[in-house]
Ligand binder design. Structure first.
Ligand SMILES: [Zn+2]
Length: 506
């Protein structure tokens, strides 16, 4: 993520939207009607076994959560009925007496729970309430299980829900914790974190679900398989950007997408999207953009494809068949599985060179397909694990494409103006403001990695990153995993670096 990233505006406004001079344009559409149009009763789709070639993930596909979603979307009204089925296997050594789901779309009062069943039996005693920690957001859905779920046991959850999308970013102060991407604008619909999902369960810790915060991400995602069908009930036919690859569908006005071992399934619709594509190996990279932005959108595509090749070589392979970049109709950027949003303001300020924010953020967000998508982390409590690596991956990109000129530029442009603080291992709640949070987690995290590389040498550094990816791919990494795998690749004393950059011993 690089929120609301804006290109150089002045000597005092170098990078990010905390000092943006180009606020997001206010959407002009009126709010959707309060009532959802009546739709026919839906039959949950049948689960279809995965057909993709298995990836290097160490988790057998049949024990990953399996999400099947049938989305009946009324484009004109910006509303939907969704039938969701989750086949969940208890991969922990504990017997589970309940399941905990995150329901992020409640944040904007967009979500209505219509039905809930476990193994075919309706559930009425669910707890759908606020977490008892400020700020209060009603996004935790706990489903007691009629029969305890033993290790390796499997359960099927069926959820029927409605969505009435909000206008993107059109929230009151109290709702500023809500997603600034989810919803619609005059020309774009964005479904991100839009469906209930079972949060990770960690033995000894319990369910991992933190409250949102004013900056940073708070969610943690297990790798899961998704099979998503979208039908436009008003016969509209927008262009669709999706996590996952499109597969044939027999329905009228229906599109179907599948992806395996993914973290979170995002969708974006627009009537006016243009699409530029490039193929790298067997992966199709697509840049979705609005007509006036062909030049920056092509630069985004090129930077994404070029960094994709570099990261594949330096870190390891990419497991999916597609990667989509979506120009946001807002000033924000965010990574999802096989898809990332890019800030509109950055397209506006593209200067045609590599030494600019459009390129730096493109390669940063692309790196999240390794550090976030392939190796997940507790983004609320250990955000450095993905953000410092994504930020440092910018350097890996620049030093590869123009070793002499661009790496020095990166430090001068990206790092030096901000005098980063230490506390690389701060939680998002300890950020002390958005700019200090970025300084600690992103910038000082990248500086730590630079110093670490200088200490242990290039060979050990990249061998470590490749091994870290190989061991943790498909899993949720913790800081302990990072240092455990690192120490297998070096005997160098790094205690002074840890003391310098981290607030806790590691
Ligand atoms: Zn990021």
């Amino acid at each position: 993520m690089f929120k609301r990233a804006i290109f150089l505006l002045s000597a005092f406004c170098l990078l990010l939207s905390a000092c943006s001079a180009t606020p997001a344009p206010l959407p002009t559409e009126t709010a959707p009607p309060a009532t959802i149009p009546t739709l026919p009763t839906l039959v949950p789709p049948t689960l279809i076994p995965p057909t993709e070639t298995p990836t290097a993930t160490p988790i057998p596909p049949n024990t990953r959560p399996q999400y099947t979603m049938d989305v009946q979307f009324h484009y004109a009204n910006k509303s939907a009925y969704v039938n969701e089925t989750i086949v969940y296997t208890n991969n922990s050594p504990d017997t589970l007496t309940s399941l905990v789901l995150a329901v992020e779309s409640t944040c904007s009062n967009s979500f209505t729970l219509n039905s809930l069943a476990v193994d075919g039996a309706p559930v009425a005693n669910y707890i759908f309430d606020y977490q008892n920690v400020q700020p209060y957001i009603r996004h935790r859905l706990e489903i007691p299980l009629a029969a305890p779920l033993a290790p390796n046991g499997q359960v099927t959850v069926q959820i029927g829900f409605g969505l009435v999308l909000p206008v993107v970013g059109n929230f009151s102060d109290e709702s500023s914790l809500c997603s600034q991407i989810y919803g619609y604008t005059s020309q774009q619909v964005n479904l991100v974190d839009w469906y209930p999902f079972i949060v990770p369960y960690v033995s000894g810790k319990g369910w991992v679900l933190h409250n949102p915060w004013y900056y940073g991400e708070h969610l943690t995602f297990e790798a899961a398989d998704f099979d998503v069908m979208v039908t436009f009930t008003d016969n509209s036919s927008p262009v669709i950007a999706a996590s996952g690859a499109e597969i044939p569908s027999t329905g009228v006005n229906t599109k179907r997408y599948k992806i395996e071992a993914a973290r979170t399934f995002a969708l974006s619709f627009a009537m006016e999207y243009r699409v530029a594509t490039k193929t790298v190996g067997d992966v199709v990279i697509s840049s979705y953009y609005f007509a006036p932005y062909e030049v920056p959108a092509t630069a985004v595509l090129n930077a994404t494809a070029q960094s994709f090749e570099i990261y594949t070589q330096k870190f390891g392979s990419y497991p999916h068949k597609t990667l989509s970049v979506v120009q946001g109709d807002f000033n924000d950027g965010m990574e999802y599985s096989a898809l990332y949003y890019h800030s509109k303001g950055i397209y506006n300020n593209y200067d045609g060179t590599l030494k600019n924010h459009l390129t730096a953020v493109s390669v940063h967000e692309t790196a999240h397909q390794w550090w976030f998508e392939q190796i997940a982390n507790d983004q609320g409590f250990e955000p450095w694990l993905d953000e410092s690596l994504a930020t440092y991956s910018e350097i890996v990109y620049y030093e590869t494409v123009q070793p002499d000129a661009l790496t020095d530029w990166w430090w001068t442009y990206r790092f030096d103006p901000y005098q980063p603080l230490n506390q690389v291992d701060a939680r998002i709640y300890e950020g002390e403001g958005q700019r200090p949070y970025w300084n600690k987690i992103y910038l000082n995290g990248a500086h730590f990695l630079q110093d670490l590389r200088a200490r242990i040498g290039d060979e050990a550094f990249f061998a470590f990153l490749q091994d870290y990816l190989a061991q943790m791919r498909g899993k949720i990494s913790a800081t302990d995993d990072f240092f455990r795998i690192l120490r297998a690749h070096t005997s160098a004393d790094i205690s002074d670096l840890i003391a310098q950059y981290f607030q806790n011993p590691h």
